[in-house]
Write a protein that binds this ligand. Structure first.
Ligand code: TXA
Ligand code: MG
Length: 346
């Protein structure tokens, strides 16, 4: 199949109207989309990703009004949208239009992406666009055009070129259909912020499914149910102390990579680099251009770099990725959740 890769929103909107599948960037991650009104096209998205059929898709809209045409929007639902949309938040709402995909559900996940070009594209398609993250099922979501092209060129009808994702982790998912508003997936819009509008917000305990924060301990829930967002390399989520220790000792620096805040210490990164240089001079061929270290200064920067770093590590056949625990405070919630999921043993 020939994939049309273009920034022309009109051309790519035409593809959706013809029942085709198009990949597009959002402020969170790339999505792989089809018209919510076209069941066959939506089912193709599942096939391309290898996604289990019981996992429903988010419908992407260009405006609050267009959501209201097809869903029941309560007063509080409207307030949440007015406050946080367009932006990285998805609401689960009761469906008015039962013909929309997925037809067997009474609810619809709705979201308005932040980038005006993407909203214009959705508007031109007639909308909405049902889209999961553009990745093979179980793997990390994608945040770079080059990775999208590597996986999906020839497998989808179009790839829309627009501003690359900046948040880097998937949207916060908030259900407004039960008795109490419930956080279904943490993200960049955090529970503390949501509670200012929704004081009765239910936040399921994230520690229930988390592996212990130690390199030596065994994760609590190795079940495949939770395997998600994971690269092929093994991910170790460790404390700052363990992170610094791991730089100095215990890991073969040729097939290990590090992402975190504490990468500047001389005995740490400096020591690893010296060892690597020694190794390079010993073995002809040496290292690829791959940088084994990703330095971040905030949780937000960490989130925005994480999935692309995972991809780069897998491409370079890295065996172990050591991730420093995020800092308590802003940006912790969603990042911590993704790191924990990636660190669950396969
Ligand atoms: O940032 C994002 O949300 C990205 C971009 C492309 O918008 N999309 C994304 O989609 O992450 P996906 O399919 O990877 O995750 C959607 C989540 C899943 O956990 C799914 O189970 C949940 O939303 N979901 C979708 N429809 C639902 C519904 N009607 N009720 C409850 N959960 C739903
Ligand atoms: Mg996904």
């Amino acid at each position: 199949m020939k994939t049309l890769i273009s920034s022309d929103v009109r051309l790519l909107a035409n593809l959706i109207q013809e029942g085709k599948v198009v990949i597009f960037p959002t402020e969170t991650v790339y999505g792989i989309g089809a018209s919510t009104k076209n069941e066959a096209a939506c089912l193709r998205v599942y096939e391309i990703k290898g996604r289990p059929k019981d996992n429903p898709l988010i419908a992407h809209f260009h405006s609050i009004e267009s959501i209201e045409e097809v869903c029941v929007l309560s007063e509080i639902g409207r307030k949440v949208l007015e406050r946080f949309s367009p932006g990285p938040i998805t609401l689960i709402l009761p469906k008015k239009d039962k013909s929309l995909f997925p037809k067997d559900l009474d609810t619809l996940a709705v979201r308005i992406p932040k980038n005006p070009d993407i909203r214009e594209w959705i508007r031109l398609t007639g909308g909405p666009i049902s889209a999961p993250s553009a990745n093979l099922s179980g793997r990390p979501s994608l945040t770079k055009l080059a990775d999208v092209v590597r996986y999906f060129d020839g497998k989808v009808d179009g790839i829309l070129i627009a501003e690359e994702p900046s948040y880097g982790i998937e949207s916060t998912v908030l259900s407004l259909v039960g008795e109490h508003p419930t956080l279904l997936r943490p993200g960049s819009i955090e529970s503390e912020e949501l509670k200012t509008l929704l004081p009765d917000l239910v936040v399921p305990n994230p520690l229930e499914t988390s592996p212990a924060l130690s390199m030596s301990s065994v994760p609590l829930s190795p079940g495949t149910k939770y395997k998600h967002y994971a690269p092929s390399a093994q991910v170790l989520l460790v404390s700052t102390e363990e992170f610094i220790h791991s730089l100095k000792t215990g890991f073969d620096s040729k097939d290990t990579a590090w992402i975190g805040f504490s990468l500047s210490s001389k005995e740490g990164k400096g020591k690893v680099l010296t060892e690597r240089n020694d190794a390079v001079s010993k073995e002809a061929g040496g290292f690829s251009e791959f940088d084994h270290f990703s330095i971040v200064s905030t949780n937000e920067e960490y989130a925005s770099k994480l999935y692309a770093f995972f991809e780069a590590c897998d491409l370079s056949k890295i065996q172990t990725i050591i991730c420093e625990a995020p800092k308590p405070g802003k940006g912790w919630e969603g990042l911590r959740n993704r790191l924990e999921k990636a660190a669950l043993k396969k």
